[in-house]
Ligand binder design. Sequence first.
Ligand code: 26W
Length: 820
Amino acid sequence: MSSYQFNKEQFKQEVCANVKNLFRKTISEATPKQVFQAVSYAVKDVIIDEWIATHKEYEKQDVKTLYYMSMEFLMGRALGNNIINIRSRDGIREALDELGFDLNVIEDQERDPALGNGGLGRLAACFLDSLATLGYPAYGCGIRYKYGMFKQKIQDGYQIEAPDDWLRDGYPFEIRRDEYAFEVKFGGYVRTEWRDGRNHFIQDGYQSVRAVPYDMPIVGYGNNVVNTLMIWDAEPINTFNLDSFDKGDYRNAVEQENLAKNIVEVLYPNDNHYAGKELRLKQQYFFISASVQRAIKKFKSLHDDIHMLPEKVVFQMNDTHPTVAVPELMRILLDEEGLEWDDAWDITTRTCAYTNHTIMAEALEKWPLELFSRLLPRIYQIVEEINRRFVEQIRRTYPGDENKVRSMAIIYDGQVKMAHLAIAGSFSVNGVAELHTEILKKKVLKDFYEMTPEKFNNKTNGITQRRFLLHGNELLANWVTDKIGDEWITDLPHIKKLAIYADDEKCQQEFMNIKYQNKIRLAKYIKEHNGIDVDPRSIFDVQVKRLHEYKRQLLNILHVMYLYNQLKDNPEMDMVPRTFIFGAKAAAGYKIAKLTIKLINSVADVINNDKSIKGKIKVVFIEDYRVSNAEWIFAAADVSEQISTASKEASGTGNMKFMLNGALTLGTMDGANVEIVEEVGKENAFIFGMSSDEVINYETNGGYNPMDIFNNDQDIRRVLMQLINGYYAPNNTELFRDLYNSLLNTLSTSKADTYFNLKDFRSYAEAQKRVDAAYRDEKWWAKAAIMNVACSGKFTSDRTIQQYVDDIWHLDKVTVDMDE
Ligand code: 26W
């Protein structure tokens, strides 16, 4: 296998030519932003050749292809990653140096493509990186939102959302593929026609949009493989495609145009919370119908027997959001291919597979029948028939047990239950960490597991070490390579070899020095963005993730308030200086989450400006947490806060990124934390809190009474009183009342402290004390940190992808040679 040979002079020439063509400037006149564009096009030029070669090879070998369907792809910046994956970072850095530009500054010009919310979207992006690097034929299928995840501004301590206009200057790595456009139909009604001995179902009076794909290259690491992320844009159908009934219907024509405008306008910023918005269902059917049509068309261009589909195509549904793929594939097989139901169902259920990413009840998608059938009349008919047959199957399996029907039916209580449809229509159902999959099997999806145990399996999540170590933490990456060679880049378990250096004092010092450099880098960023001075010698204790009650940022800040009280009582208290760093976006309508952000910022204001504590505590809220600043944050962290209520975090993937960068986990036995501790050893982490069994036990028995804790623990009581006595809001003592109520709730009917903040508080505070004690022993800490890096091998998404391939997708590896 040969890999791309970088030619510095040629590259420089190309950058200069691009600057000239794009901006009518010489390189010395160009702004960094313009140089970013010019460099990106030069890099794209390299990628394109490999992209073409890859797809030639796929066609030649008639490979089985994965379509990874996801409402979200949280890609992060492409330029730096692509440069690394074509293995030209040093060369390009030198070339730019000679042209008078700094590669870091140029990379920093790119807006983050943020077409995702959090964990689920970033997982999809890591998966694409691993698929290309391992050489597996795969497409990502998603939506080209005009506005991605909102930009977060902090004003007066409050989150303000600003639109993310990521396409404003044009995006250099995308290609519009007009020739692969498809029509997607909404609404109207279904007419039946008897022809050629069978019923034909014809949708009439509909509105339609034209789905146009934009392809983005997904570059494998040093292997010439370039896969494709296809994201769909919506355009109005300009030739008014109306039947005679509707001809000249001006209102309808305008509505149709608006449909196209609205459909891809914006990413819904809800994470783990179902809102039931009509436009969201439109988005789902829009990108799924287009993607399925493209997949089938491609398949048919090479095969004439549609029964071969499951041997050549697999659809992986990233949570239930793409589940309309099941009835959409059925529609095509029945209505367009003319298959019988049983035949079509057999093909569909051997093509589709489903990943579950959450057990949170409020995240479950259930569409009202009225909405679903009005928007997707033909799809609804098919879902009804799927349900009818599925209920028959339930009754055959459990005669006389109508409870099973109630709990498992796809259509029930006037709703379409998307998780049930996804399970019925798939040959594989997987959770994303061992504990999560066990909870699915034993609790959340118990009935389905008992009826079809063979469908259920676990695929513990992973992350790409190419972005989160090689790109994000160059110093540590180089150090690792110096010690053990560079095999870890494509085979992370090799990183285990570092373990022999964990006890070596010189290595410990080198390691801690690198951490220190990364902390200085982050401290500068904080100074620039927040105006706060933080001491890089303090412990960097970090919680970055979406803001959600179950993730318990509130527990973290309550503990900071408690520590501060202790310091106020005893200013001489011996503690290692600590910088508590937060980063989190709250869904725009999630009040309690936004109030938590305000609380963090209010506490930060008071503590950071209190000279009497001599800088022993600092609190920093990093604005607009996103993939690009995440890379710096992971690199600089000492402590990784993974403190969700046990059982609630399906996996977590930030936890793995911290571990890979040598931070120690302070966490509950939840999600993938369990497996992290299994790998690195309990002695190299700080574990606290209730187990998932304990949590579930309390939940099934009606919760617990936080008032008992409030009454009996004066430290906790003091902290809680500070929420309502104006301690952190002198001008508005009521400001944090809702947070107080969420914990104690004396008035309203909903339960108090659903996420067991107070119940776990003492255990958390005690674990925090262990952190403090441990950090004083520098050698112990360095060793434990190195052991975390050394034991992170399991958590590469390369491993996850290989397991999906072995157990679910059954793809063949392809090699691409550029010499031919
Ligand atoms: C319909 C609203 C909605 C939106 C997003 C419901 C559910 C979601 C996602 C499934 C939530 C999500 O991102 N889940 C996270 O998935 C990660 C990748 O598997 C896991 O690591 C996280 O633990 C899980 O919370």
